[in-house]
Structure formats: structure tokens, C-alpha cells
Design a binder for this molecule. Structure first.
Ligand SMILES: *[C@@H]1O[C@H](CO)[C@@H](O)[C@H](O)[C@H]1NC(C)=O
Ligand SMILES: *[C@@H]1O[C@H](CO)[C@@H](O)[C@H](O)[C@H]1NC(C)=O
Ligand SMILES: *[C@@H]1O[C@H](CO)[C@@H](O)[C@H](O)[C@H]1NC(C)=O
Ligand SMILES: *[C@@H]1O[C@H](CO)[C@@H](O)[C@H](O)[C@H]1NC(C)=O
Length: 362
């Protein structure tokens, strides 16, 4: 039986056009099984019917914790008289590179979701041939390119949709100073600050919004860049046009830079807290806990500034031991004339300050 299957597969492959063989897809074992079991009307597959797959959008923007629908539909030309059972597969290429990951597979009414997508994705099926992917509880690390693939017998067509989260990019430096982080460490510091390494496209959108930063930082794909909106001497020179300076792909373990982290909206609230007195870092942590909260992470402060308009002209402790304050309405004695999160770096932990706390519930 096994030999017979192999033989038939081999014969079928000989009949396929070249592009099908080149397509990086798993063999369509569903079809072959049906074919071998005689459930497929062999003559009808050699008619001139073309399968088409398309998406109404090439990219979809969403918020962390929110939902997104990645559109995808398929149809035949000419139209079919009777519906056929097709196999749908959604897969995902992480922005950071890395292997293609299965998201969802479906045949008829049966479907299966995989790994980190389990229980968070399903096909929309709003109308015949709608195989859009509905996603819930989006995470920062769900961004990337999604592939919608429809397989009908010998035909295999696909389209892609990029999922991007709306958010905020912030540069992050190690407490010991500039250019201390390997790629892996950069990934870790962003995660510790409730963020993820930014993608190039996220950095680009932030640069369009005015991000101007003269230190080079890691991005999610292992490249190193920095965004300059106001060219000046030490940042590539005043003669160079504004833009994103590119150091290209760097050696992930040996080269050291800062990081560009990305955070998106979040549930909960960040607020400035200063009981009756100012506090050292230890006391600041305790004060938040006594207020049934936690000392805020840098990504949470940026998200609150960006999405909730947090504006407070007193600097406060944050979880990583840095001291910062968020300004949405620039004014005298509150830093530069642009909105932003101002940083005092990492002062000695005995210094007395207020604190920013984060409460998960509003
Ligand atoms: C297979 O399809 C052809 C053309 O669509 C049709 O004429 C034939 O009757 C079908 N055979 C079976 C067994 O369904
Ligand atoms: C996301 O979808 C779920 C169920 O599909 C719904 O309960 C929830 O309210 C939606 N969330 C948002 C933010 O729209
Ligand atoms: C993705 O993010 C979630 C929470 O936001 C986290 O639990 C998970 O470990 C992350 N996965 C990867 C591969 O980074
Ligand atoms: C903060 O002050 C407390 C006393 O209130 C002291 O025990 C603690 O060591 C101090 N921590 C730092 C980091 O200075």
C-alpha cells in the first residue's frame, strides 16, 4: 500500500507544472488520500477551472489586546457548479525572521489551531468562500506576515496579509551606558520593560512621527539603525537628509548597541504616586505595592503617554531603576518643546523621588 502511494505521488508529480513543485508547501496529503480512495472525480480535476485567492487588504493595523481580521477569500473561474472541499491553511512568518509557523488549518467544518495561536484564531466564514482569519487578544509578538493558502486538489494558491500593531517605539539604553547590549540582551531588556524589539516598519512610523535619536539600536530582525529627523553633526552630519541611518545586519552576539523597543496600548492605568514624602528606589517599589499596584515598566509609561495622554511634570522611579516623566502638553520647565517621555537616566537608587505605578485594573 505504501509503495503504491509513493508511486502514485510520483506519477502525479510528473504531471504537475514546475511552479507547483517549487512551491514550499507540505504535500497535500488530504487530496492524495481522497484521490487514492477514489473519492475524487479524476476527470473533473483536469478541466480548465482556475482557483484564485485574494485579500482585500495587504496590511492590517491593530492594538495589543484587541482583535483583528485578516481578509482572505477564494473563488473559481469559471464558477463551479458544485462546491468542492478545499483545504485552508493560515501560517505566519515572524517579523524577526525565523521559520514559518502554522496558525490554523481547516478542511470543511473541521479546523485546528496551533501553538501560541491556539484558542485565539478562527475562520470568519461570513459568506461562501470567506476564509478570513479572526484573531483575538493580540500580542506584541503576533506581528508579521500571514499567509492564506487554499489547496484544491492539484491547485495551491496563496496570498499574504501583514499584521502590524499600532504603538510607540522608544530607545532603550543599558544602565551602564551606551552600546552595552548584544542582540539577545536587547530582546530581553525590551521584554522586561513590557515591550518587544521594534521592527523596521515600526521604527519608520515613529520616525515619521518625529522620533529623532542619535544612538544606534537593535531591531527585531537583527539589523541596527537610528532615526534622524533633524540632521546634525554627530549623527551622520548636517549635510545628510533626514532619514533612518542603517548599519545593516550586525553580528548578534559580539556587536553591542542600544535597543529600539516597541510597546502598544494596554489594559490598566499608569499614575504618578508620591505619598507624603519622596522615596528611594526600594521605598518606591513598596509604595506601589501598598497601593495595590506595581512600579511601572518603561514600556507601560510610554504606552500610557502615547495612548492615554499621561502628562506629569515630576520625574518618578520606574521598575528598571530609571527616572522619567511623560509630557503630552509641552510647557515651561517641563523639558523640550516637543511632547515626549523625558529621561534622567539611572540615578543612584538612594535618590529621593516620586514613583510611577501601574495598576492592571482601571
Ligand atoms: C466526473 O465529472 C465529469 C465531468 O464533470 C462527469 O461527467 C462525470 O459524470 C463525473 N463522474 C462521477 C463518477 O461523478
Ligand atoms: C474581540 O472579540 C471578542 C470575541 O470575538 C469580543 O468578546 C471582544 O469584545 C472583542 N474585543 C474588542 C477589543 O473588540
Ligand atoms: C509572546 O508574548 C506573550 C505575552 O505577550 C508571551 O507570553 C510569549 O512568551 C511571547 N512569545 C514569544 C515567542 O516571544
Ligand atoms: C531606602 O531607604 C530605606 C529606609 O527607609 C533603607 O532601608 C534602604 O536600604 C534604602 N534603599 C536604597 C536603595 O537606598
Amino acid at each position: 500500500m505504501f509503495c503504491l502511494q509513493v508511486l502514485v505521488l510520483w506519477c502525479l508529480q510528473l504531471m504537475l507544472p514546475k511552479w507547483t513543485l517549487a512551491a514550499p508547501t507540505i504535500p497535500n496529503s488530504f487530496f492524495y488520500q481522497q484521490y487514492l480512495n477514489g473519492k475524487v472525480n479524476k476527470s473533473s480535476y483536469y478541466n480548465n477551472v482556475n482557483l484564485h485567492v485574494d485579500s482585500a487588504l495587504s496590511s492590517v493595523f491593530a492594538l495589543r489586546g484587541g482583535n483583528a481580521t485578516l481578509p482572505c477569500r477564494f473563488w473559481y473561474e469559471p464558477e463551479l457548479n458544485s462546491p468542492r472541499e478545499v483545504r485552508i491553511k493560515w501560517s505566519w512568518f515572524p517579523v524577526a525572521g525565523g521559520p514559518q509557523t502554522d496558525v490554523l488549518a481547516a478542511v470543511g467544518s473541521r479546523s485546528r489551531t496551533f501553538r501560541k495561536f491556539r484558542g485565539r484564531v478562527r475562520l470568519r466564514l461570513d459568506f461562501a468562500d470567506d476564509v478570513s482569519l479572526e484573531m483575538t487578544e493580540l500580542r506584541l509578538n503576533d506581528t508579521g506576515r500571514y499567509v492564506c493558502e487554499v489547496v484544491d486538489g492539484l491547485e495551491d494558491k496563496r496570498t499574504t496579509v501583514d499584521l502590524e500593531l499600532r504603538g510607540v517605539v522608544f530607545p532603550y539604553q543599558h544602565p551602564l551606558g551606551r552600546y552595552y547590549l548584544s542582540f539577545l540582551e536587547a530582546q530581553q531588556v525590551c521584554e522586561q520593560q513590557d515591550a518587544t524589539l521594534a521592527t523596521f516598519s515600526q521604527l519608520f512610523h515613529s520616525w515619521e512621527d518625529g522620533l529623532n535619536w542619535c544612538n544606534a539600536g537593535w531591531l527585531a530582525d537583527g539589523t541596527v539603525h537610528y532615526p534622524i529627523s533633524q540632521p546634525r553633526a554627530p549623527c551622520g552630519g548636517p549635510g545628510l537628509a533626514p532619514g533612518i541611518r542603517n548599519y545593516g545586519r550586525r553580528q548578534l552576539t559580539h556587536h553591542r548597541y542600544d535597543a529600539f523597543c516597541f510597546s502598544s496600548s494596554m489594559r490598566g492605568q499608569v499614575y504618578y504616586f508620591q505619598p507624603s514624602h519622596k522615596m528611594n528606589l526600594t521605598e518606591a517599589r513598596q509604595a506601589c505595592e501598598e497601593d495595590k499596584a506595581q512600579i511601572a515598566k518603561v514600556g507601560q509609561l510610554y504606552a500610557a503617554w502615547k495612548f492615554k495622554g499621561l502628562d506629569h511634570c515630576n520625574a518618578g522611579w520606574l521598575a528598571d531603576g530609571s527616572v522619567r516623566y511623560p509630557i503630552t502638553r509641552p510647557r515651561r520647565n517641563c523639558g523640550p518643546s516637543e511632547p515626549g517621555v523625558r529621561s534622567f537616566g539611572f540615578p543612584p537608587p538612594q535618590e529621593k523621588r516620586g514613583v510611577f505605578c501601574y495598576k492592571a485594573e482601571e
